[in-house]
Design a protein around this ligand. Sequence first.
Ligand code: EPU
Length: 420
Amino acid sequence: MDKLIIKGGKKLKGRVDISGAKNAALPILAATLLTDERCIVKNVPMLTDITTMIKILGELGKSVKRVGSTLVVKTQDKSRCVAPYELVSTMRGSICVLGPLVGKRKKAKVSFPGGCVIGPRPIDLHLKGLRDLGIGINVKGGYIIGNGKEIKGTRIYLGGHFGSSVLATANVLMASVLAKGKTVIENAACEPEIADLVRFLKKMGAKIHGAGSPRLEISGVRYLKGCTHALIPDRIEAGTYMLATAITKGDVYLRGGQFDNLLALIDKMREAGVSIEKKGKGIRVRHVKGIKPIDVTTLPYPGFPTDLQAQMMALMAITQGISVITEKIYPERFIHISELNRMGARIVLEGPNAIIKGVEHLSGAPVMASDLRASASLVLAGLVAKGTTEISRIYHLDRGYENLEIKLQKIGADIKRVKE
Ligand code: EPU
């Protein structure tokens, strides 16, 4: 297993190129199941989560060829309909093959994804929405068995305890595009990744209105064709580099960073005193003066993303004063606190609120990555800590950050990957 060794204290300076969005790639690759024709998806990041999705598509009779950052997806066997436990259990995002599979092939057998280190992640909304469309859903032997012989458009309310759901929206949307009649999804997720999925589906010939809004209207069509699509840049990767720049008091230009998809983060970073400008096809982030403590609450888009909560916490950990971070999407997504505290941070948890008393400096330590975004927060902490930080179990980072240490080295970080 690899680990990362970071010597803290270097200011990040220069330019980072933002990769394609992982969380747009996963549902869009799943959407290729809606046609037997060839699809070309461009700007796909090289990540283990993408490799997992390619393997699942392989199990479902697709051949996927990678040329650089372009994937060419073709159909070889359209009778396959089982997404096995061995693959689905390694990545929650693989649940998004259920909707397109049952929508197009009329039957699906997809392993139940199970628990997750960031807290319980139920799929009740996915199953409710699919049932509302007339899809027969049974759970047997750890698998969801879907029967899509009579899919009919209807009006579906898709909100749960924590508001909208990104992948439930993706699943229900993909199951409805080939349905008879009109479907309306109320309380649909508004995330840019869902809007990108809608763009892809429309290129395939789907009829959808309301992308990016909480109401999606879908008029079912009989057939969808292959298409070519370039993924949007990854807003969470961009946000992570923005916070890395602020924490190291740096000055970095994020080429491809989409300002308009990051407004909640930008608002909070500006409140904290960081200079952020939209510039050409990217974003310039500059540390100009002392950073102030802030309060942040995570919410569904356009609110502050839960996927940047841990990285923001690393910044607040070295910001004088008291900050409060409230997690409203995954109330248990706080595993990074103990590791940040091991580096000298002073953070306590009270229910879904993390109370952060800013310290003057963090000190390097051996720490362990636990999930993707928690790991990113440890990298940020390592970049600013005094001394050396060793992060083990970095396979979590490889799931979601393309060439992380190479990109960081290019902007001046002292970081290297070594074999454990
Ligand atoms: N929820 C339910 N029932 C459901 C589905 C979700 O109660 O059937 C709850 C969840 O437990 C959570 C909330 O609704 O409290 C929102 O979860 P959501 O369904 O939106 O999450 P997801 O679609 O499974 C995607 C991203 C996550 C990201 C969340 C929230 C992908 C592949 N994953 O997950 O990304 O945190 O949306 O924005 O798109 C990551 O990239 O590190 C990551 C975890």
